[in-house]
Design a protein around this ligand. Sequence first.
Ligand code: PFF
Length: 461
Amino acid sequence: MTTHSEETRRETWSSRVAFVLAAAGSAIGLGNVWRFPYLAGQNGGAAFVFIYLAIVLLIGLPVMIAEVGLGRFTRRNPVGAFARAAPASGWRTVGLLGVITGFGILSYYSVVAGWTLIYTVQAASGTFATLTDPGQTGRLFEHLVGDARTVLTFHALFLTLTVAVVIGGVRRGIERWTFILMPVLLLMLLLLVLRSLTLEGAAKGIAFYLNPDFSKVTPVTFLVALGQAFFSLSLGMGVMITYGSYLSEREDVVVAAVSVTLFDTLAAFLAGLVIFPALFTVEGVEPTQGAGLAFVVLPAIFHRIPLGNLFGTLFFALLTVAALTSAISLLEVCVAYLTDEKGWTRKRACYLVGLVSFTLGIPAALSTGASTFLSRLPLVHIGFLDLMDTIFGNLALTLGALLLCLFVGWRWAPEDALTGAMEGSAYPGLRRPWLLLIRYLCPLAIGTILLQLLMKLFVQG
Ligand code: PFF
């Protein structure tokens, strides 16, 4: 352990590579394989994909640099980071919003991660090989996620795993998992892309995924793409502030942020390239089918490859690990806050956050079939899991990122912001462009998109 701050002894990553891997571990997860394809499917396909890529580059990347920089400069959890950079101001509330968002996301994220665990077991027991009749993968999904006992058990199991790793601490717990497993997951995705692209009828899916029709774009498309960029890159709630706080001053934040963004975007893009070509070859599945999309389409691919059960088991197991490294980061934000600011022990914080998240996740777990009421809530007409995902996984992250831009661009001293984000960087020429993006383009774009949506809701309401 190295000491990097006057008052606190703080664990640090062993190197920049370790930071990149852990941050990529946080970023790459269900957001790439589960959320990105289904949102792209629901929001017009290729047009969404292009908007998403532009947003990642122009907004996601600068926000990531800002978050990591703020964390590295202050060496604090999100609440402490804002408090330290702007003492005696209300800005620490933004950090608190991040911690609450972390609780919210973790609660339902672990439900979906529970599904991947269920699918690992299903693949291992050979179920996919028996899916001969078209439409069966959809029925299997409904059957599995509609069973209260199964979903709750695996939700609990996944959270227990997450808590167990985070109790181990930053280096021993988090770094180790990411080193080998992330590259293997990417490699498997590549293999699946090859299979999916060579399926008969794949062309239709490729066109849907890569041939944009911008006439379908609405303000909602932008909001969903923006929220997805933050969700996928783990931005807007302080994960990158927390991980940046363990990063040494000698490291290059820009290079680290670019690497994480690249890995994450590549993983999402590949996942889409697996799902969409295959989708149109599975009967009874529409791109707009929603949260079950990946779970319905993937088994149909495994069914059509040699050693499909083995491959499927490995894939879902790795996806579970990818989800685990993301869930770890969600938990770590809440734990870092409770240990740094409230003086709790790591163990106590982990147990409490785990327990609260489990409880909060129960209605989400029951909202995919087990309870008819929770599956389609009155007024909003969506299920509880979707509602949580919209509130925490989209709106709260977007608001958090907007406030972060305003803070770093306008409230924090520009010199400190530049030191935090750019000190030690091999690309000093990027200082000005980054500051311009964070001060003007990012807050204006995020603010406009949020405002448009509010107006739409207001006018419609
Ligand atoms: N980025 C993760 C994923 O794509 O699965 C999910 C996530 C982790 C979102 C951490 C937000 C966050 F702060």
